[in-house]
Design a protein around this ligand. Structure first.
Ligand code: FMN
Length: 199
């Protein structure tokens, strides 16, 4: 079947893309509002964009009300933390996507433990196995439906001690959450090791 992109509206294209660009990693992003209220939400349009300096990007869509709290907070404070959750946290991660007004902290609502960051004011999720302290670098708008790509420079990586050995991460022990379309998630499946062309 061929689908011409020009025949798809934004919702149809979203459904298609979230089902074919799989599995996606999830940035579980904590931010602070200009008035200091903490916020937490998951974003699976997420990737790394540079190694030196290390930089990551998340695509944040807009809603009828305008920018999501995460986007507003990043633009206001220029800081965010990308937490990488593990599968034991999937229920909290999913629940943190529920819409709440800016004055409600999803972190407090879900009773999640935090620890202070070392270089920025935004707290990290204490139980997330990896947390990246990020300084906002730039925002690039795309398309006509309000998509905005937010790029941040990673200032510090915090990795649970048992997951890292000689700068290598144990992916199985990390047990990351993979996002599929809609409400579907997956765990890592069988891992296959290839020859030397793979770095
Ligand atoms: C697993 C998961 C991944 C998501 N990925 C994205 C994403 O990449 N971009 C986006 O705009 N919304 C995404 N969402 C929806 C946001 O998490 C949701 O709109 C949330 O309420 C935004 O919160 P905020 O207003 O506090 O920033 C995702 C939701 C889930 C459950």
């Amino acid at each position: 079947m061929k689908l011409n992109a020009s025949d798809l509206d934004a919702k149809q294209a979203y459904k298609l893309m979230t089902a074919v660009v799989v599995p996606r990693p999830i940035a579980w992003v904590s931010t602070l509002s200009a008035t200091g209220i903490s916020n937490l939400a998951p974003f699976s349009y997420f990737t790394s964009v540079s190694n030196k300096p290390p930089m990551v990007g998340i695509n944040i869509g807009q809603e009828a009300r305008g920018r999501k709290d995460t986007a507003t907070n990043i633009l206001d404070t220029k800081e965010f933390v990308v937490n990488i959750g593990n599968f034991a946290q999937v229920e909290d991660l999913h629940a943190s996507a529920d819409h709440h007004p800016p004055e409600v902290s999803e972190i407090e609502l879900l009773g999640l433990k935090t620890v202070p960051s070392e270089y920025i004011a935004v707290p990290r999720l204490a139980d997330a196995p990896v947390q990246m302290e990020c300084r906002f670098d730039r925002m690039i708008p795309f398309g006509t439906a309000g998509s905005e790509f937010y790029v941040g420079e990673v200032i510090a990586f915090h990795v649970r001690d048992d997951l890292i050995d000689n700068n290598k991460i144990d992916s199985v022990a990390l047990d990351p959450i993979c996002r599929l379309a809609g409400p579907f998630y997956a765990k890592l499946g069988e891992i296959v090791r290839m020859g030397s062309r793979v770095r």
